[in-house]
Design a protein around this ligand. Structure first.
Ligand SMILES: [Zn+2]
Length: 422
């Protein structure tokens, strides 16, 4: 799309619209509205993917300019105000039309935004692997040696400083939801990178390109320094680094959990987890808030405490016992959780192997679901609760999910029943 001839259809479209509208019959205000609403949106489709050549942008601007000042006839009209003033923002004394060049760059930059914030999809996977973006700081957008559409997009992003915009400022990282950001080189904790802020510590780091998830685990840090012991003033840097990260981490934990929407777990269960994370499941406490009268608001599993979502699924003795069995089966240390968000986040960040993490995730979702099922059976069918039965159901159901809903897990039942990480 670097050649002018490819953009011909847009110029033709612009011209055809202009001749139809008969600028002369419209007021200045009418023409301004048309320029803003219709002419601006005509090239959007092309401009959202390709960088328009300068010549084309000049031609299009010329057409808009002529139209605003009432001239679709060949006779030139007086342009009473210079075009840069017209396109300037209203706060800067203009009419807020905006230039096509700025529009083009804004649309292209959107792709970078989508790479950084959107869900994983095919185009994104391609771009990330071709340009190896996973292991690069946020400032690097494309491989130097490559060319093509994405490189033009990258160049457009690099031209943002012309507009006093630094694209790094637009991103605040959320480490729990993104594993690929670099611990030292990306901005995720305040306005500076940790490399900029803690230069001495950075020089002691063994693996300069480590990711946030390499260093921060759910309940601990995982450092890898070049030295055995730090001298005193570096140590004080280290303490401030830790407290900075802890603050950021707490803020992240409060901001909620990331749901894994992968198809391993049945959709109804994923939706249940989504509701549980938002505390929107029909437990007694939530029904009472909504004005529904109940005979009893105590937890039907333990009959001891008020039934809230976090109590039922996490803190109830039945849920805790089943969780103990499951953790035992997984061969991991039993950890305490305060609420559903904690537990789901634990699975989302567990371990370093993505395949094993996927299994852990399904197991956690399964456990929450079968505790919920046990609760419903107790309430509606008056069956007796049995943590061992919940555990058995989680083990056998997760096996079925991995066997029949995904490809790749070839475990035999006998192995699975001993450990899900066989
Ligand atoms: Zn209970």
């Amino acid at each position: 799309m670097a050649l002018k001839k490819f953009w011909r259809p847009i110029i033709d479209k612009f011209q055809s619209r202009l001749s139809v509208w008969k600028a002369k019959t419209l007021s200045f205000g009418g023409r301004l509205t048309l320029i803003k609403s219709v002419l601006n949106s005509l090239p959007t489709y092309y401009m959202s993917l390709f960088k328009a050549p300068k010549g084309i942008l000049d031609d299009l601007e010329k057409l808009r300019r002529k139209f605003l000042w009432g001239g679709d006839d060949p006779k030139s009209k007086i342009h009473w105000v210079s075009w840069p003033k017209v396109v300037a923002a209203k706060s800067d004394g203009g009419l807020g039309v905006g230039t096509l060049k700025a529009q083009n760059i804004a649309l292209l930059t959107k792709w970078w935004w989508k790479i950084k914030t959107g869900d994983m999809c095919l185009w994104k996977e391609c771009i990330i692997s071709i340009h190896n973006l996973n292991k690069r700081p946020v400032t690097i957008i494309a491989k130097k040696s490559a060319n093509g559409t994405w490189c033009n997009i990258a160049k457009a992003i690099q031209s943002l400083p012309e507009y006093d915009v630094n694209h790094q400022d637009l991103f605040t990282m959320i480490p729990s939801s993104n594993t690929s950001f670099l611990f030292w080189k990306d901005r995720w904790c305040g306005t500076l990178t940790l490399q900029e802020r803690f230069l001495r510590l950075y020089s002691l780091e063994k693996k300069k390109l480590c990711t946030i998830n390499d260093r921060i685990k759910t309940d601990s840090f995982n450092w890898c320094w070049k030295v055995q012991q730090m001298v005193d003033d570096v140590l004080s840097d280290f303490i401030s680094l830790c407290s900075l990260i802890l603050d950021a981490k707490n803020a992240i934990l409060q901001s909620g959990a990331q749901i894994n929407w992968s198809k391993t777990v049945p959709l109804k269960i994923r939706c249940f987890i989504w509701r549980a994370l938002l505390d929107r499941i029909p437990v007694a406490a939530n029904l009472e808030i909504r004005g529904i009268k109940l005979q009893s608001a105590t937890c039907p599993l333990c009959n001891l405490e008020k039934e809230t979502g976090d109590h039922l699924l996490i803190n109830c003795s039945v849920a805790r016992e089943a969780r103990g069995w499951i953790f035992n089966w997984c061969g991991i240390k039993v950890t305490q959780f305060n609420n559903v968000i904690d537990f789901v986040n634990f699975a989302a960040n567990w371990g370093s192997c993505p395949k094993k993490r996927e299994r852990m995730n399904a197991i956690v979702y399964g456990l929450l679901w079968f505790v919920w099922m046990a609760r419903n059976n107790t309430v509606f069918k008056q069956t007796r609760v049995n943590p061992a039965k919940i555990t058995d159901e989680v083990i056998s159901q997760t096996y079925t999910w991995f066997k029949y809903r995904t490809q790749g897990v070839k475990a035999r039942w006998i192995d699975w029943s001993l450990s899900p990480f066989c």
